[in-house]
Design a protein around this ligand. Structure first.
Ligand code: NDP
Length: 454
């Protein structure tokens, strides 16, 4: 008897759907389907593969409202955000459809012949995605995996699998050949781990916690399996005294409370130059009051509940007893609600300042000068994202170059786009997603020397 899981709406806490959980045998069957489909898929002419992927993208866009509703019911994301995510997923697939015939090899001058390189598909790739942006994270991995000529087995987080399951159906509807994209819903420990262990899976692309990412990397080492990891963060939002303080404060709530803080890029450490600390804090709190928490089905809602009761408990373990300078409201009635919290802890080593909370909680920390800001920013095991707010262009460049982080914005908190590389330094990950750069992580580079006799 397969195990089942009841998925709950995080607002009503009612069961949305019961799903059967796949085990290792179902993963093996999916890998077998992907393996069988691989030779034909890599042989599809680039323009035809692009056409099929564009049809897939258009099909996703045509079902964006349906996907958004599934996402909101399954994980509590406000409907405006989930609609954006579903449309963005279609855009991501379009981007990689367009990238197929632009990922070119090179010719290298050598003596006695010609040297050429090819980007060869890996074969079957395993894609393991998290619960915080289900449809979007799935598209981030499906797009480059298929564009590069691989076939894929996608294992979404078991608690938010509905949009990924639908993507699998939409791929077939759009005309992608059977076996090219396979979606298997099971636990990480069983179904996810089987992708790590399966000898026919040539690469694992993972997004999730740093703790699990480390285990996956170690597991992949057994077969020298390719692995890319997009892991946690504790990103810094650095505000200098010469910045437009109003703009920085108005933007700061969205940078950390968006998706209820369940975002690997959340700028959850707000570093503010001491001379403007009080002024910034007052405006940050004011702006946070306007970040409305409530029914995710309302288009006026900025922030919904947390994903599950278990995750709420995990976040509360950080925030119970936390001294805050602002604690926002929560709706009455059922739901996995956690208020917005802003704190100014004096102990820089406190867990709230160092660990990824993955909830709507910001710490605001003063700094003295540029060197101090960089020191505090880099004093973290993580290095995913971050922002610098300043009116001085030279300072902006000096600071971003000194930050140990992979995805940074200046006078903005928006740094993730499908056309630009995304990923982390240090324990925030390995490899990059997005842009042409990601295609190198889904292909092997083959070098060929052809003797010409002269
Ligand atoms: P996990 O890292 O446990 O889960 C992410 C994905 O990995 C899920 O699909 C999960 O499957 C799968 N997984 C879990 N264990 C294994 C394993 N041994 N082998 C293969 N796959 C596995 O994250 P959690 O959901 O437990 O969240 C915990 C914390 O991780 C969060 O609070 C947050 O701090 C961080 N996180 C960071 C994310 C990011 O975007 N960087 C995303 C999600 C979480 P399943 O869920 O089905 O068990």
């Amino acid at each position: 008897m397969p195990a089942t899981l009841a998925l709950r709406n995080p607002v009503s806490t009612d069961v949305v759907r019961e799903i059967e959980l796949a085990g290792a045998a179902e993963v093996d069957a999916a890998v077998a389907r992907a393996s069988a489909a691989a030779p034909a898929w890599r042989a599809v002419a680039p323009a035809d593969r692009a056409r099929l992927m564009r049809r897939f993208a258009d099909t996703i866009a045509a079902h964006a409202d349906e996907l958004a509703l599934l996402e909101t019911q399954n994980m509590g994301m406000p409907i405006g955000n989930s609609t954006w995510c579903a449309n963005a997923a279609a855009d991501v697939i379009h981007y990689f459809a367009g990238a197929i015939d632009k990922h070119t090899g090179s010719t290298i001058p050598v003596a006695g012949g010609v040297d050429v390189t090819f980007h060869e598909p890996l074969g079957v790739v395993g894609l393991i995605t998290p619960w915080n942006f289900p449809v979007l994270m799935a598209s981030w991995k499906i797009g480059p995996a298929l564009a590069a000529g691989n076939t894929a087995v996608l294992k979404p987080a078991e608690i938010t699998p509905l949009t990924a399951m639908r993507l699998g159906e939409l791929a077939l509807e759009a005309g992608l050949p059977e076996g090219v994209l396979n979606v298997v819903v099971g636990t990480g420990a069983e179904a996810g781990w089987r992708l790590v262990e399966h000898p026919d899976v040539r690469k694992v692309a993972f997004t999730g916690s740093t703790a699990v990412g480390k285990r996956i990397m170690a597991g992949c080492a057994e077969q020298v399996k390719r692995v890319t990891l997009e892991l946690g963060g504790k990103s810094a939002n650095i505000v200098f005294a010469d910045a437009d303080i109003d703009a920085a404060a108005a933007s700061a709530p969205g940078a950390v409370f968006d998706n209820s803080g369940q975002d690997c890029c959340a700028r959850s450490r707000v570093l503010v130059q001491r001379s403007v600390f009080d002024r910034f804090l007052e405006r940050f709190i004011e702006a946070s009051k306007g970040f409305t928490i409530g029914d995710p089905m309302s288009t006026d809602t900025a922030m919904g509940p947390l994903v599950t009761a278990q995750h709420l408990e995990r976040v509360r373990a950080f925030t119970d007893g936390l001294a805050t300078v602002y604690t926002g409201p929560t709706p009455s009635g059922p739901g996995y609600w956690h208020p917005i919290m802003i704190a100014t802890p004096s102990d820089a080593d406190a867990a709230i300042c160092r660990d990824e909370v993955f909830g709507p909680v910001a710490v605001v920390i003063p700094f003295d000068d540029e060197a101090d800001a960089i020191r505090i920013c880099n004093d973290s095991v993580y290095g995913l994202s971050g922002s610098v707010w300043t009116g001085d262009g030279s300072r902006a460049l000096r600071v971003v170059r000194a930050m140990d982080a992979g995805t940074i914005s200046v006078n903005s908190n928006s740094s993730v786009r499908y056309s630009t590389p995304f990923g982390g330094f240090k324990q925030s990950g390995l490899g990059r997603e997005h842009s042409m750069a990601v295609l190198d992580h889904y292909t092997e580079l083959k070098n060929v020397f052809i003797a010409t006799g002269a």
